[in-house]
Design a protein around this ligand. Sequence first.
Ligand code: GLU
Length: 407
Amino acid sequence: MKPFENALRQLNIAAQAINLNSDILKRLSVPDKIITANLPIKKDDGTLQIYEAYRVQYNNARGPYKGGIRFHPQVDIDEVKALSFWMTIKCAVVGIPMGGGKGGVTVDVKTTSDSELEKISRAWVGAFKDLIGPDKDVPAPDVYTNPQTMAWMADEYSKLVGAKKLGVVTGKPLDMGGSQGRGAATAKGGMFVLADLVAKRSWDPKNMSVAVQGLGNVGGGMAKFLFDEGYKVVAVADSKSIIYKEDGLNIDEVLSRKENKQTLNDLPGVKEISLTEFFALPVDVLVPAALENQITLENADSIKAKVILEMGNGPTTPEADKILFAKKVEVIPDVLANAGGVTVSYFEWLQNNEDKYWSEDEVNAKLKEIMIDAWQKTFDIAQEKNVDYRTAAFILAIGRLAEAMSK
Ligand code: GLU
């Protein structure tokens, strides 16, 4: 299951539904540019290690290429291509004037020291410095990269070009030109959309149960917001353990354990379950906030959730989508559900360009407006054309991309 193949299948389903101009479809089926580099890094023990690094610039018809940089052992060119394509769609879904790109380094951060990660981050910028820039291509954090990574990158870029260029990356720490609300933005954006769907269906969060896969910035943030809103979070999964508690986990406890690098499976009253059991749980909402290809032909039929809120990128395959649509499971797709992150990245970039900074309330109010507008448009297209929300979101995005590409 190659992520880029899945991405193209999603594109083709939407293209067919609207009879998309074949030239536009051809252009949207390939990235503008793929750049790879080998980064030679001296490890702490004095040995030299070569790390593979990537940047894919997919499409900039609507604005500078935009998208995160992933540090993960499974990063490869196919994955980065898919992720850069989804960024193109995502920015168009929420209507921000940005294109799509993505980067990565094949590295396991768990066995890499901070000083090695700093060298890798700076070397990444050194390798791609001529391609990136505030008006050309603006990276950001993704899986296993964070504000510290962005601080190193912004600093390195500014040194290399001989001028302070804060807008070259987003997701920076606050004292280096970061935006209020960026850290929580992805989770918050997902919450705005979920709350609206829950209201549309006249459900009550207090009677709803949830399972969250992934406890990174996005998954951890979601688990916390859901818990605080009164949802019963009965299961969480991270790369080490999957835990279940029928009457609900105390997410504050889970997250503080995680922060202190303690194990989760010995929390009082929890049961360890398998990933197969996790996806088959009788919950109302399932939140995949980890990696690609989690919900597939193998497990889609076992899913009992009413709603799947895709907070990670590419968790559901096209085959699974078909099964879920037939089962009337409402899948809120990644390109909409997790677009809050890039939306506040765009706000950060604007604030850097204008050198005027916004309050957290201002950021959140603008984020809510954009997320709800994109969601309502997606919802309406889905009703009108009797398609799933993913196809509807793609239709919305492709329309905007086609317009920009015809100019
Ligand atoms: N990595 C995030 C995403 O997949 C954020 C990208 C950004 O802020 O540019 O949407």
